[in-house]
Design a protein around this ligand. Structure first.
Ligand code: E4P
Length: 262
């Protein structure tokens, strides 16, 4: 399953790209409103950070308006995908974009039938909104699961893009339900990275390492090799054991280390 970032925040996209997990980006007017500035500039910058699909959403509600906005977006970069809402006008615009070779993402999908129609009209991405269905006490994941089954049965090429995902469990569920793509707020990606036992384990390993290094450093300071006594006896000490301290210290350290391992 591909992972898209659901944001218009350039810094978040830059970080996800550096982590090597970014397959594309979705934006919408609400996400754009959070960052402000020029939507076109933001889209250009995003398209430089990822070679994957970048969804740019139209706000016109009539076919000609959608086409004008979408064509302008498509000229910004070759990886722009025009995001069109599910509506009668939206379907017509998707069909026209498809004839022109412009890729589309049909958004605001809440039923399997809407997804099926969007795919028939020619949308390359179909975006069912899981979280918003959960919000009204319906299982949003059902739409993902049903669309995955329908697309498999009927050999439909459009990809299911699970949207409105709110937490890491949604991501696992979407992957298991057959979504081709999940688009995620950056916060959800961060939540996926972390686990209390992972974070605790990293700290424990670091602490143990630091303790071992400190003890090794203390040992080497108190037990310098090559003292005159070593040279005289050849065995690290004289007949009474004087001067043999360094070897003893090293052996003692080794013994306690092996005890710790057991
Ligand atoms: C992405 O394409 C959608 O616009 C987005 O996931 C919607 O998420 P929301 O329901 O949390 O606003």
């Amino acid at each position: 399953m591909k992972i898209f970032l659901d944001t218009a925040d350039i810094e978040e996209i830059r970080i996800a790209a550096r982590w090597g997990i970014l397959d594309g980006v979705t934006t919408n007017p609400s996400l754009y409103a959070k960052v402000g500035g020029s939507y076109e500039d933001i889209l250009r910058q995003i398209c430089r950070l990822t070679s994957g699909p970048v969804s740019a959403e139209v706000v016109a509600e009539d076919v000609e308006g959608m086409l004008t906005e979408g064509r302008a977006f498509a000229k910004l970069a070759r990886n722009i995908v025009v995001k069109v809402p599910m509506s009668e006008e939206g379907l017509e615009a998707i069909a026209r974009f498809s004839e022109e070779g412009i890729k589309t993402n049909c958004t605001l999908i809440f039923t399997t039938n809407q997804g099926l129609l969007a795919a028939k009209a020619g949308a390359s991405l179909i975006s069912p909104f899981v979280g918003r269905l959960d919000d009204i006490n319906q299982d949003g994941m059902v739409v993902i699961r049903e669309l995955a089954e329908v697309f498999a049965i009927h050999d439909i090429d459009s990809e299911i893009l699970a949207a409105s995902l709110r937490h890491p469990f949604h991501v696992t569920q979407a992957a298991l339900a057959g979504a081709h793509i999940s688009t995620l707020p950056f916060k959800v990606v961060q939540q996926m990275v972390h686990h209390p036992l992972t974070d605790k384990g990293i700290k424990t390993f670091r602490d143990d390492w630091d303790k071992a290094r400190a003890s090794a450093a203390a040992t080497s300071t108190t037990a310098p090799a090559g003292t005159p006594a070593d040279a005289a006896t050849g065995d690290g000490g004289d007949a009474r054991g004087n001067g043999a301290k360094p070897a003893k210290v090293v052996r003692a350290a080794g013994a306690s280390a092996s005890k710790r391992r057991r």
